[in-house]
Ligand binder design. Sequence first.
Ligand code: MG
Length: 470
Amino acid sequence: MGKLFGTNGVRGFANQDMNAELALKLGKSLGSFLKPGERVLVGTDTRTSGPMLKAALTAGLLATGVEVHDAGVVPTPALQYKVKRGGSGAQRGVDEPAGSSYYAAGAVITASHNPPEFNGIKFIDPDGTEMHHTKEDAIEDLFFNDRFRLVPWAQLGHVAVMPNVNEEYVEGILAKVDVQAIRARKLKVVLDTSNGAGGLTAPYLLQRLGCHVITLNTQPDGTFPGHNSEPTPDNVKDLVQSVTAFGADLGVVQDGDADRCVFVDDQGNYVYGDRTLTLMAGQAVAMNGGKGTVVTPVSSSSIVEQYVKAKGGSVTYTRVGAPIVARKMMEIKALIGGEENGGLIWPEFQYCRDASMTLAKVVEVIAKTGKSFSQLLGEVPVAHVYKTKVTCPDNKKVAALDALAKAHAKGGKVDLTDGVKIFSDDGWVLVRPSGTEPIYRIFADAKSPEAAKRLAESSKSEIEQIISKV
Ligand code: MG
């Protein structure tokens, strides 16, 4: 059996491997997993292949007697919020309990930050989180065995348009931050939504927060004419320039489906995701009376733990992957969690990465502390991270990693949460097998850039030697 669902649902090249036939079959598979009459909320980002894939997915769902609600173009977290919240358009403003199961599932058609020729389909659980792997496996089983429950003509599903999903999402965020305090600060913000779905929510959110908003690439356009939708330093040069030119208090860029965001401070510095995570995690602990737990994967920089501990909190580490972080947060009732790529999770709102909620929280911290963004970031320790990779045939990955773990088991401290993380006096190095490529990713985090490079390169030659022997 092939593995259909990767770490971010099903992804592929539009009209080649990610085509209408695949979407139709996925719709029939999800629909057959659910019961006739149950509801699925479907939405897309701004990609040109979105309407084609949505129509095909919808056809498959309807054929199994499932009801389809069409959210239109929406950020991934906006769709997740609506699935969690439930309720029809007519009941707008009435909060149903989380996981009320008004929706049996959600389906979002997006390839997140990938180039415009890609697209993907990701399923959502009734509580708004990314679908659990056990359910994905069951759906995959139906998919590969063509076991579809097609209903008689009189029981086919219907389509209803859900026009207010983006507005409900913005209202939901506004209810979770101190709007008065933020409005009083009258911040100037340059916003870049990468021509993605965030353009339909983030400008209005900032407007409602009393910010002076300057927009870049906020018109939805699936060809991504502004820049590719991955918020790397190269892709946000216009944002950096604009923040400086307009004398803005901050700049922010959201990726194509607006679950992740990266910031630029008032001095025009690109702020790496691990610094934003560290600042916001420490502030969340401070605002919680100097206690609380933060959840992040083992690959995150040690600055998260340094800053969080200094504020009185603690850190729990998980394997890499946003849904894994989210589920651990639920389990231990964490204050906040997130990844070093700018994906932050706010449990008071919902258990998924959320770029607009992160933006609202960042402007709230700036407003409430009375400090500038660069002053706040100045309190965050500096990370020295070095990343490299090593090629390894898939059939050697497990044995080589075992050998590496054994070689270090006696001497010092080793963590096997995800891959092998080896601690030393200088810092740590993590060797992790990639889930999609025949490589190990190597991350090092140390007290100086030189030490980080030394740690990474020494582990690289060590694992290369092991690979040649196993
Ligand atoms: Mg994304």
